[in-house]
Design a protein around this ligand. Structure first.
Ligand SMILES: [Zn+2]
Length: 293
C-alpha cells in the first residue's frame, strides 16, 4: 500500500452530535475549511450520527446553527449518516462476499480486559443474524505520512486484532461509516483532531480492502482544558456561544498559531484567515496546553 497525492482537494468537517460543538470542534472546522479553501478545494459537512444511543438532544441543531453563525459555507448539502445505513449494510455484504468479514459471538465478558481480539470466531462460520460483525486484519505494518504529525504506523493484528464493523445491537461502527462516506463524497484530504490519529490505520485498511484511493491526513493538536483534559462532552466542555462568534473565531485562529485576523463578521474573518493560512505555523504536537472556552 503506497501513499498517493491527490491533485484535486476535497475536504470535510464531520462532527458527531454526541454533544454541542465546543472550542476544539471550532479549531477543527477552521483548519479543515481554511486548508481546503486556500487550495481552491471544496469543503463538505457530514454529521456522524450512526451511534444513535449516544446522540445528545439538540446537539445536531447546535452544530447546524454554529456552521452558519461562524460563516462556514459548505459546498454541498450536509449529509447525515443515520439516513445512510443501507449503504453501509451493502458494503458489509460486499466484504462478506469477499470473505473479509465474519460474525462474532463473543460477549464483552468473554473478551475480558484483553483489548486485542484474538480471532476466536474467525473460522466458526457463524450466521450473521444478531451477531457483531468483524473485519479481518493482516499481520503487516500500515504507515502513513501525517502532514503535521509525521510518519505514523500500526500493525493492526498486533495492536488491535480483527475489529468490529457492526455491533450486535445493529449500530454501524464509526470506522466503516467514515471510510465509506469519505469515498462516496470524493474526499481527498482529512483534517481532524489528533484523538483520531490512532484510528487512521484501521480506516486505511478498510479503504484498501474496498479498493478506495488513499487520502491525505492532517491531525491537529487538541485543545485541553485547565485540568489538562481534552475538551469533550464527558468533561463538560462549554458549548460554543454563537453570540460570541467573532471573538471565538479569532481565538481558534490564534490557537492554530495563524496570523491574527481583524474582528469583523465571521465570514470576512474566515476570508482573511484563508489568505493567511499556513500549516507550517500549526504546533506539531497532539495536545495544546492552556485554557480554552
Ligand atoms: Zn468472537
Amino acid at each position: 500500500m503506497s501513499d498517493v497525492s491527490p491533485t484535486h482537494y476535497s475536504g470535510r468537517f464531520a462532527p458527531s452530535p454526541t454533544g454541542p460543538l465546543h472550542f476544539g470542534s471550532l479549531m477543527t472546522a477552521v483548519a479543515s475549511y481554511c486548508d481546503a479553501k486556500s487550495q481552491h478545494g471544496s469543503w463538505l459537512v457530514r454529521i456522524e450520527d450512526t451511534d444513535i444511543p449516544r446522540i445528545f438532544p439538540n446537539s445536531e441543531t447546535h452544530i447546524l446553527k454554529s456552521i452558519e453563525a461562524f460563516g462556514f459555507e459548505p459546498d454541498a448539502e450536509i449529509i447525515f449518516q443515520r439516513q445512510r445505513l443501507s449503504i453501509y449494510e451493502q458494503v458489509i455484504e460486499q466484504l462478506r462476499q469477499q470473505h473479509w468479514v465474519y460474525a462474532c459471538q463473543c460477549t464483552r465478558k468473554m473478551l475480558g480486559s484483553n483489548a486485542i481480539y484474538q480471532g476466536t470466531c474467525r473460522d466458526l462460520d457463524l450466521d450473521f443474524q444478531d451477531q457483531a460483525i468483524r473485519v479481518k486484519v493482516s499481520d503487516e505494518l500500515i504507515c502513513f505520512e501525517d502532514r503535521l504529525q509525521g510518519r505514523h504506523c500500526s500493525n493492526l493484528q498486533h495492536d488491535l486484532g480483527d475489529f468490529v464493523l457492526k455491533r450486535r445491537d445493529g449500530i454501524i461502527n464509526y470506522q466503516l461509516a467514515v471510510v465509506v462516506d469519505d469515498y462516496l463524497q470524493g474526499i481527498t484530504h482529512v483534517v481532524r483532531g489528533a484523538d483520531l490519529l490512532d484510528n487512521t490505520e484501521r480506516q486505511i485498511w478498510l479503504g484498501h480492502l474496498l479498493g478506495y484511493p488513499r487520502l491525505s491526513y492532517m491531525h491537529l493538536p487538541l485543545a485541553m482544558n485547565a485540568s489538562g483534559q481534552k475538551l469533550s462532552k464527558q468533561n463538560l466542555a462549554q458549548a460554543l456561544d454563537l453570540k460570541q462568534a467573532p471573538l471565538l473565531l479569532s481565538q481558534a485562529i490564534q490557537a492554530l498559531q495563524q496570523p491574527a485576523v481583524e474582528l469583523d463578521t465571521p465570514s470576512n474573518m474566515l476570508k482573511q484567515a484563508i489568505v493567511q493560512w499556513n500549516i507550517a505555523h500549526i504546533p506539531k504536537q497532539t495536545e495544546l496546553a492552556g485554557t480554552y472556552f
